[in-house]
Design a protein around this ligand. Structure first.
Ligand code: SAM
Ligand code: CA
Length: 220
């Protein structure tokens, strides 16, 4: 099969951003602050944040879930795309990183739309299911520990309404998923999830070569 994907070199990426990115000054400052953290590479790309905000608006989402907050960058894009009474349930284990997130959420005026659950996301998802939240979510972004990706996917699918959308990040994992030499736990977990979703007839799906690979999953 011939490859019809346009390679994105530095110049073309800069051009893409120059004619499409609508990032606020606040989000830009959050990226600059996060860049000083040794784990800053975990932050979503700006055009990806903007794309997810578009998806949230497109499906008219009101209730969203984020698994993996870090310093709150993707959460801001999503929360700003919600109506004023919309909700984002945000899951993370890190006090340190989410303290930065909270500071920017306050400044952006969207802190009241976001409920941060500090603790292992599996516990939060199980609590949501136990408290009758199945079928109530419109949109979810999965972007935390890769070893749990399949577990997150299964639980998130239960939490979603039919017609709801899951966005899963890093599904191309820097290309490692296509390299048989790479057998580390994270790469294997992402491969398992990719193959599982491909066969899953409960959903419509598409894997986009956006940033590090973005899988869109629509619950039937
Ligand atoms: N979505 C964020 C963004 O765009 O800026 C990036 C999230 S970062 C890739 C992954 C996050 O998952 C980290 O902040 C980490 O603390 C969190 N995390 C790791 N293991 C977790 C777990 N078991 N439950 C909840 N969060 C976890
Ligand atoms: Ca990610």
């Amino acid at each position: 099969m011939s490859n019809k994907i346009l390679p994105l070199d530095e110049a073309l990426y800069a051009y893409l951003l120059s004619v499409s990115l609508r990032e606020s000054n606040l989000l830009e400052r959050l990226r600059e602050e996060t860049a000083r953290d040794p784990m800053s590479r975990m932050q979503s790309a700006p055009e990806q944040g903007q794309f997810m905000a578009l998806l949230v608006r497109l499906i008219g989402a009101r209730k969203c879930l984020e698994i993996g907050v870090f310093t709150g960058y993707s959460a801001i894009w999503v929360a700003q795309a919600l109506p004023a009474d919309g909700r984002l349930i945000a899951c993370d284990t890190s006090e340190k990183w989410t303290a930065i997130a909270r500071r920017y959420w306050e400044e952006a005026g969207i802190a009241d739309r976001i409920r941060l659950h500090l603790g292992p996301a599996m516990e939060t998802l199980d609590d949501l299911l136990d408290t009758g939240e199945a079928g109530r979510f419109d949109f979810a972004f999965i972007d935390a520990d890769k070893g749990n990706y399949l577990n997150y996917y299964e639980r998130t699918l239960q939490l979603l309404r039919p017609g709801g959308l899951i966005v899963i990040d890093n599904t191309l994992w820097s290309g490692d998923v296509a390299d048989p030499e790479k057998q580390d736990d994270d790469t294997v977990a992402i491969r398992i999830l990719n193959e599982f979703i491909h066969r899953d007839d409960r959903v419509e799906m598409s894997l986009l070569p956006v940033a590090d690979g973005l899988t869109l999953v629509l619950k039937k």
